[in-house]
Design a protein around this ligand. Structure first.
Ligand code: SAH
Length: 287
């Protein structure tokens, strides 16, 4: 596969409301929140009408003087390419250098993975609740993990543990030949399927099951990414990594660190600690 970012069959122009006025490109202020706190936040019940939450621009920002009118909904999103590009630029400023990953971030319509009431916050750099005490990952950490996984090269077969709403899987599908993603919570597996359907991502397969067991029928993988933190990386995942393959995972409990594991031989793995992070817990079994 070339390093050229893949674009979905569905042009972005067809998922944004062309008639709508362009939303101002501002840098909303994301308060530092942990994934766990965010996971516990209320998610409006689908179908129940609530006014859309509005991400307010910073007071120090010029736009604070203007009347912000981001009246957004999933059906009529006031979302422009510019807002997504601004998000990718912010992530670049935070240290992500891989342009292929940044392009993918600027391509995937994150608002289509969010609940109606949170759509207006889709492009802030924060993890947000998706129901079932889980969160959509923060754009920075999604980009960082995929950058580490790619290591400037090409990814063929990638496994993601923890599909959640499907956002990171969609970003991965922009940069890898084939992506497999496993989710243990049935309603979230269904939610991801519904979120991804309109985007028609042909190189992404969703599985319902316990990701701690991996996906032996599709192994070996040259990249494995965990979106939930365990006290250690499950051995089946290490075994399903191709020699030379890379696995990126949050490891820990209350304090967690992003860990990169590289398989260097048939029975050899090396491990490197990258940075602090905060993810929802990795759990065994299915619900
Ligand atoms: N990738 C998502 C993040 C989802 S949050 C995104 O794009 O934002 C992490 C997800 O991991 C949760 O949905 C949780 O249910 C799931 N998870 C936790 N343990 C798991 C396991 N053993 N197998 C599969 N999924 C798991």
């Amino acid at each position: 596969m070339s390093d050229k970012p893949r674009s979905f069959p569905l042009p972005l122009s067809s998922v944004v409301d062309k008639g709508a006025r362009k939303a101002p490109v501002f840098a909303p202020v994301a308060t530092p929140q942990t994934a766990t706190q965010n996971a516990a936040r209320h998610v409006p019940v689908p179908g129940q009408h609530r006014p859309a939450a509005v991400a307010m621009p910073s007071k120090s920002h010029g736009y604070a003087q203007e009347r912000a009118q981001p009246v957004v909904s999933r059906d009529r999103p006031l979302v422009s390419d510019a807002i997504r590009h601004a998000m990718a630029q912010r992530v670049a400023k935070q240290g992500v250098r891989d342009q292929v990953v940044l392009n993918a971030l600027a391509t995937v319509p994150r608002h289509m993975f969010m609940d109606q009431g949170l759509v207006s916050q889709a492009y802030i750099d924060a993890s947000l609740p998706i129901g079932h005490q889980q969160t959509i990952s923060q754009p920075y950490i999604v980009a960082r993990m995929i950058e580490v996984l790619r290591n400037g090269g090409q990814l063929k077969r990638v496994l993601e543990i923890g599909t959640g709403c499907g956002y990171q899987a969609a970003v991965l599908a922009c940069v890898a030949h084939e992506v497999f993603s496993i989710e243990r919570i049935k309603p979230l597996h269904e939610l991801a399927k519904n979120n991804l359907r309109p985007l028609r991502v042909p190189n992404l397969r969703l599985h319902y099951g316990d990701g701690m067991l991996g996906l032996p029928q599709a192994a070996p993988f040259d990249g494995i990414i965990l979106a939930a933190a365990g006290l250690q990386v499950p051995q089946p995942l290490l075994d399903q990594l191709a020699v030379g393959g890379r696995l990126v995972a949050p490891v820990g409990d209350r304090t967690q660190q992003l860990v990169l594991i590289t398989r260097t031989g048939k029975a050899e793995w090396t491990s490197e600690t990258l940075e602090d992070c905060h993810f929802v817990p990795l759990r065994a079994g299915t619900v």
